[in-house]
Design a binder for this molecule. Sequence first.
Ligand code: 5GP
Length: 195
Amino acid sequence: MSDPFVEVITESDLQRRVSQLGAEIADDYQTTVPVVVGVLKGSIPFLADLVRAIDSTLQVDFLSLTRFGEEGRVSIAMDVSVPLRGRDVIIVEDIVDTGLTLTALHRMLMLREPNSLQTVTLLDKAPRRIVDIDLAYRGFEIGDEFLLGYGLDWGGHYRNLRSLWAVMDLGAFADDPHRFTEVVHPSAGGAFLRR
Ligand code: 5GP
């Protein structure tokens, strides 16, 4: 039987790629102080590593979104703490899937008249894209598998994993998430908060 969980991007591969992205961004924003805006909560590990790989002056901020239904309608639940007018803004996403969330966020932030608005995403699930969007920086292009770790969650769990894992059978996983907990936290007693 094939493995139900596969480590698809290791910690060292993540760190290597994030360092490259940071160097690229530092190069592109030499003459300005960008606002790096993390979309909570999935972007946290990526953003924390990314900003430390950008060897130039920047500001860090966060926002969080509420999603409604399947059509990609979103509203800002928690807003950034600085005005974005005239600023060079970099949105930090963990993953872009259909692209609906990012499209809606982009539209909302453009109303604030930033000088520029770009996106860096760690993961680009390009085969699932519904709307065309411009990603200035992306870490890895991936397929259709469901991933966990390094910010990506299931019911709030597993964001703290240092690497990225693919769940091969989502149905079986949802029935018994304990099996994954035992794989990734073998010495932790398998504690899991039931939903
Ligand atoms: P979309 O681009 O479809 O509007 O939505 C992106 C959101 O879908 C992400 O922020 C994330 O919450 C969720 N998502 C998409 N693919 C995955 C995945 O493979 N794993 C996890 N944990 N969440 C995903």
